[in-house]
Design a protein around this ligand. Structure first.
Ligand SMILES: [Zn+2]
Length: 254
């Protein structure tokens, strides 16, 4: 009887060890899927009452410090997209920082913090808003590029491109790329859909314009080689450290 008892104990330990690995095997993604947080920011400035599109410079600084302390490697959208597309290795613990709308506070408040931590980021510019009140000027955009930032396009006037077709769609997508390239003298390969909205026609237009990658606001952190590089998901970042750390480490997915 004693032998049977120890057999059962051994058996239960054995299954106890197996069970978690069975459930782990089920939730582990295929090798082609890679966890790559593409973080989305808008304003970097203090705003009271708090608004989800505003992150304070203090919290943004803490977020960048956290990435450095935890040995994350900040890479550009262009570099991330080409690694995903070609299935080449991403640096370990890669993360991408993106900023939408070409807002002036990004130059005033985000750029000094990015420089402090030696990070790069991708800034999506609405070309028709450049130089307007609270938007970046061409001179600021040039300085950001000179400081190692990637410049991407975010259309001319920020329309819902899923509602456009024909010349108007081409003008918004290809036109914003041409304008950035002629003003800055650099190739522009990254695009962001205004409001995150897109459809097959918009994707085809982004492809025809020569962009290699495009982001939406669709919440997604696992990226595979089969995911369309012209419709990559991102993670909205709040003015908060706890949700930031949970998102980046993959402990919280929505
Ligand atoms: Zn936008």
């Amino acid at each position: 009887m004693k032998q049977w008892q120890s057999f059962f104990i051994i058996l239960s330990i054995f299954f106890g060890m197996l069970m978690p690995s069975f459930s782990f095997a089920k939730t582990t993604s295929p090798a082609a899927d890679r966890y790559l947080p593409i973080l989305m920011y808008h304003h970097i400035t203090k705003r009271v009452p708090q608004n989800p599109y505003f992150v304070s410079p203090q919290i943004f600084d803490q977020q960048m410090a956290w990435l450095q302390q935890n040995k994350y490697q900040v890479i550009s959208m262009d570099a991330a997209a080409s690694a995903l597309k070609n299935n080449t290795p991403l640096p370990e613990k890669s993360v991408v920082l993106t900023f939408d709308d070409g807002l002036r506070d990004q130059y005033e408040n985000a750029l000094p913090i990015l420089k402090k931590y030696n990070d790069t980021a991708t800034f999506y510019i609405i070309t028709g808003s450049v130089g307007k009140k609270s938007y970046l000027t061409w001179d600021m955009i040039k300085k950001m590029h000179a400081a190692g930032m990637e410049i991407g396009a975010h259309t001319e006037t920020h329309p819902n491109v899923a509602h456009l077709s024909g010349n108007k769609l081409t003008e918004e997508i290809a036109g914003s790329k041409k304008m950035l390239e002629s003003e800055l003298g650099i190739p522009v390969t990254s695009f962001a859909y205004p409001g995150g909205a897109y459809n097959d026609r918009a994707i085809a237009e982004v492809h025809a314009a020569g962009f290699t990658n495009a982001v939406s606001t669709r919440h997604r952190v696992m990226h595979s080689t089969t995911e369309n590089p012209l419709a990559l998901g991102r993670m909205h970042i709040d003015d908060d450290m706890i949700s930031f750390a949970l998102f980046v480490t993959g402990k919280k997915l929505n």
